[in-house]
Write a protein that binds this ligand. Structure first.
Ligand code: ASP
Length: 376
């Protein structure tokens, strides 16, 4: 066992309302200065901490102790690092709003004790978690850096070690006035730091797995870490951190394809309890103009369902004034989602309904940038 990071789980402390414990990574030689950066790692699971099950040969989530033993270099950062581990580490396809509440609560309850937070997460739903947390953590003034990896940390060619170490360095970085360089939720992956609510997983096997197609990178990771001060988010108010819990799950995606019938749309819009729909349209926000199709959407809007138009394209934005095909959606009461990613659009809708906003307010806020998630 590595003697420095000794993986000794001392001072275990239950975080109220959360499943997991906070553990101290002990440093036996007492080498840390009192002002060393203090970082809390929140380990939720994902490939980074997985090992192969010898009987099925499938990757399965494993405990943080195992993960940390594979990164002896952590000692050379000279940071105070503690970790909070989900009781059952998850493949991120199992993530749901309850897990977002746990992550947000862990940050809220430990906000004063740490300079930054690193969330280890599977890549599959990382962009959803990043988007959801960006809305939930209002007035965030400390870094929340989400990372993971494409290869488990125990593998020789792993990208996990580099991602973890760089994420910790980003979380510990200060500007020349001593304020945290990053004051938002972001995704660190391989060579890039992206705004969380602008990111998308675009590759199932590249080490550079994430992209932000409508927003520049926050930092380029190469020999050094060069931050782009001109694009970093800063909270608009001096108010303290306010955490909003309980995202509403009564929303769906509806993706257009040639041949989608008005009947199918009607069927989906009649789902009991449905409050919101992210409609994935073509190009600049276009959809068929035939009457039955538009009428099916209008009926939903008239019943109070909020329908938001986002494009299936990876780059560019919805501009429904450009073509008649987009204009007819607007006339039916569909809201233009401009350059929102699908991940940001659906989590924003879940967030707004979860906060109890009424239909008209949800419509207004869906076209209002809240935390840098869309073009003003
Ligand atoms: N299925 C894994 C997960 O999302 C993939 C990964 O972590 O890269 O948890």
């Amino acid at each position: 066992m590595n003697e420095m990071i000794a993986t000794v789980t001392q001072e275990e402390q239950f975080v109220e309302g959360c499943t997991g414990t906070i553990s101290k990574l002990m440093r036996p030689d007492g080498s840390l200065a009192a002002d060393s950066p203090r970082i809390l790692i929140i380990y939720t699971g994902g490939t980074i901490g997985m090992t192969e099950n010898p009987s099925t040969h499938c990757l399965e989530p494993y405990k943080f102790d195992y993960l940390i033993q594979n990164v002896p270099k952590l000692r050379r950062l000279f940071y105070n690092i503690d970790y909070f581990q989900f009781e059952e580490p998850l493949d991120s396809s199992a993530i749901n709003p309850t897990h977002w509440d746990i992550m947000a609560k862990t940050i809220e309850e430990n906000y004063g004790d740490y300079d930054g937070f690193v969330i280890l997460h599977g890549t599959d739903t990382m962009a959803y978690t990043a988007s959801a947390l960006s809305f939930m953590l209002e007035n965030l003034r400390k870094p929340v850096v989400i990372t993971g990896s494409q290869l488990p940390i125990g593998e020789v060619r792993t990208d996990g070690e580099e991602n973890l170490i760089t994420a910790l360095q980003v979380a510990a970085a200060n500007d020349d006035k001593g304020a945290p360089m990053i004051q938002e939720v972001c995704i660190l992956f391989e060579n890039y730091l992206w705004r969380g609510n602008r990111s998308t997983k675009y590759s199932a096997d590249n080490f550079n797995a994430f992209k932000s197609n409508n927003f520049p990178r926050l930092a380029k990771i190469g020999l050094g870490i060069s931050f782009r001060n001109d694009v970093l988010w800063r909270p608009r108010s001096n108010a303290p951190l306010t955490v909003h819990y309980g995202l509403d799950q009564n929303v769906v995606y509806l993706s257009l394809f040639p041949g989608l019938s008005a009947g199918s749309i009607r069927h989906i819009l009649n789902t009991p309890g449905l409050k919101g729909v992210i409609l994935k349209t073509y190009g600049a926000g276009n959809a068929p103009t035939d009457r039955a199709f538009v009428e099916a959407l209008r009926e939903g809007v008239d019943r109070g369902i909020v329908i938001v138009n986002v494009t299936q394209c990876h780059n560019g934005m919805v501009d429904t004034s450009r073509y008649e095909t987009g204009n007819s959606l607007r006339m039916a009461g569909v809201i233009p989602g401009r350059d929102l990613t699908s991940e940001a659009a659906i989590t924003k809708l879940m967030f707004l309904f979860g906060q109890g906003y009424k239909t008209e307010d949800v419509k207004r806020l869906m076209v209002t940038p809240l935390v840098g998630e869309m073009h003003p």
